[in-house]
Design a protein around this ligand. Structure first.
Ligand code: SF4
Length: 254
């Protein structure tokens, strides 16, 4: 597999919005995350948090630039430049030790090759109280934070964090961003985050954070834990409608 194929995603199952280009700024062979969500299609998180900075090599700025330039040139030739570049990864991209340089390089290539394309950053939000990361993310057009629960019990079920983080910390971290959206993933099964009570708590917290947008989804790919099941699509529309009624915040079902 070429470098471009291994770090740039264009398949609709790997990007949040069809037609976008996703770029993995982490290591291209290992899942690197501070959460261990049971629904994760990347499988269980096996790398320990203390191994992340000491043992892993992140993709260099040159590799990121080479891959992005190649895919944008290809899209230009087809007259199909993407609406957005989604910065993601095999895990949480905020863990990259080269984050600031990588974002700067992505902005440079975007400005040069496709200035109308927006830059989105997808994160689990676990590290967003870090000043350096907050600063780096001021360079993107939209920060999309995962929020699957409004209380710590359901947060632990839905995200199984491997670092000290809780819902209150995520709420205050979100306040650092004006261009903030939230992404809520709901699932069913023996351990789930989709009970009425869990949804009510989630709506309350979204109302406190007041993101610009909310995206709702369920499990559509093979989950890390086999007994995780998708919720009915109707439930996502019910959540969107309750959210709108109570908070005036619009949610889009993906
Ligand atoms: S935060 Fe994302 S990458 Fe990390 S375990 Fe959860 S779903 Fe997977």
């Amino acid at each position: 597999m070429s470098l471009v194929q291994s770090i740039v995603y264009t398949d609709s199952t790997q990007v949040l919005f069809p037609g976008n280009v996703g770029i993995n700024i982490l290591n291209n062979s290992t899942k690197i995350c501070t959460f261990d969500c049971p629904y994760c299609y990347l499988g269980p998180t096996e790398i320990k948090v203390n191994q992340i900075k000491s043992e892993l090599q992140f993709l260099s700025v040159e590799e990121v630039v080479e891959a992005l330039a190649s895919v944008l040139d290809e899209r230009q030739a087809l007259n199909k430049l993407p609406s957005a570049i989604e910065i993601s990864g095999n895990g949480d991209p905020s863990l990259s030790s080269l984050l600031s340089e990588q974002i700067e390089a992505i902005r440079y290539e975007r400005d040069k090759r496709s200035p109308k394309t927006r830059i989105l950053f997808l994160t689990n939000g676990g590290n967003l109280d870090n000043k350096k990361i907050i600063q780096s993310l001021q360079g993107v057009d939209e920060v999309i934070v995962k929020l699957d629960a409004g209380d710590d019990r359901n947060f632990n079920i839905a995200n199984k964090p491997l670092i000290r983080v809780n819902v209150s910390r995520i709420i205050s971290a979100c306040k650092s961003f004006e261009n903030l959206s939230l992404q809520g993933h709901f699932f069913s099964g023996p351990n789930n985050n989709s009970s009425n009570e869990a949804i009510e708590e989630w709506i309350e917290v979204v109302g406190m954070i007041r993101p610009k947008k909310v995206y709702l989804m369920t499990t559509t790919q093979s989950p890390a834990v086999p007994d995780v099941l998708p919720v009915e699509e109707d439930l996502l529309y019910v959540i969107a409608s309750k959210l709108k009624r109570r908070t005036e915040i619009t949610a889009e079902v993906l």
